[in-house]
Design a binder for this molecule. Sequence first.
Ligand code: NAD
Ligand code: G3P
Length: 320
Amino acid sequence: MNISVLGCGRWGTFLAWYVHKVGHNVMLWGRENSRNYIGLKETRKNDYLPLPEDIVLCNSLEKAVSFAEMIIISISAQELRSFANQLSSINEIDGKTFILCMKGLESASGKRLSQVFGEEIGKKINLAVWVGPGHVQDFVNHIPNCMVIGSENVDITKKIVQEFSSDLIRFYYGQDLIGNEIGAATKNVMGIAAGMLDGFNYSSLKGSLMARGTREISRLVRAMGGNDITIYGLSHLGDYEATLFSEHSHNRKFGKAFVEGERFGKLAEGVSTVRALRELSKQYDVELPICSAIYEILFDDKNAKETLEDLFLRPVKFEF
Ligand SMILES: NC(=O)c1ccc[n+]([C@@H]2O[C@H](COP(=O)([O-])OP(=O)(O)OC[C@H]3O[C@@H](n4cnc5c(N)ncnc54)[C@H](O)[C@@H]3O)[C@@H](O)[C@H]2O)c1
Ligand SMILES: O=P(O)(O)OC[C@H](O)CO
């Protein structure tokens, strides 16, 4: 099958490498002036992998869309609305299958990425998300993992899983798009919290963070109409190792650098997601103590150590 991957950053380039490895014809699109695109064009490699010769690199969106039956998108979440708007003017998108491989929420509205995409596209397309644990550094070293693909159409979910399954990634069929998208986005906020704990030498608290983080997000998912058990699946709890503990996690590294007064320059999606969660907490009247603490530290200039320690001073309550 012909597959295009739109976005040639860390994850997009891996996805092109992966779908090529499982036997598809692949076109990888990037913006003409982007550093990632220029680097790949010049060297056919990035910091993580060499790009196989028969993956076609291209900077024409029209060409990438018309080439493929299935189109994977992996860019920064806050750019998705304007990017989808750009895509909507391409007639050939009609009837194609789009797969969002990104973890975030629109920061101003709290909307899920499938909602944002659907609102802008305005044409008949199939839409799915592909989330769950996985770092490029592990996959290229042949370390397998499990991931989840979900959509509102189980036939589409099954078709994508069939095309992309391999001994490197075992997929599960997602059953709850709300839970999968909220779960994938919010694990990044827990990753930032974990990095802060690491920075304060409180790493032993990460078990408690896993228990209370999942509980907090499961309440939100239930209020939004999703299934709270989804949060204990691959899109959220299943992604904690790769985010709360991994040396490769950008979100964890961002949190650690933040409390150490250093700058972390790579994309850490949890920063924008925590703004979205403030909005969702109000909209759905759900208390999100850990996410609120991270928001206050990042955006209200609250002292990080005191704010995290204050979480311990809240009234005692039942665990579930
Ligand atoms: N296991 C996983 O599912 C997994 C792993 C890593 C990353 N991700 C997700 O993938 C997404 C991308 O992360 P990344 O680490 O590759 O980030 P990155 O910064 O390496 O890449 C982002 C890419 O988006 C491009 N981009 C930004 N704005 C754009 C626009 N308006 N139009 C077109 N392209 C634009 C940039 O040029 C860049 O190449 C994030 O949402 C991240 O959470 C998922
Ligand atoms: O490096 P991070 O924190 O963006 O995490 C990457 C993936 O989402 C881990 O599954």
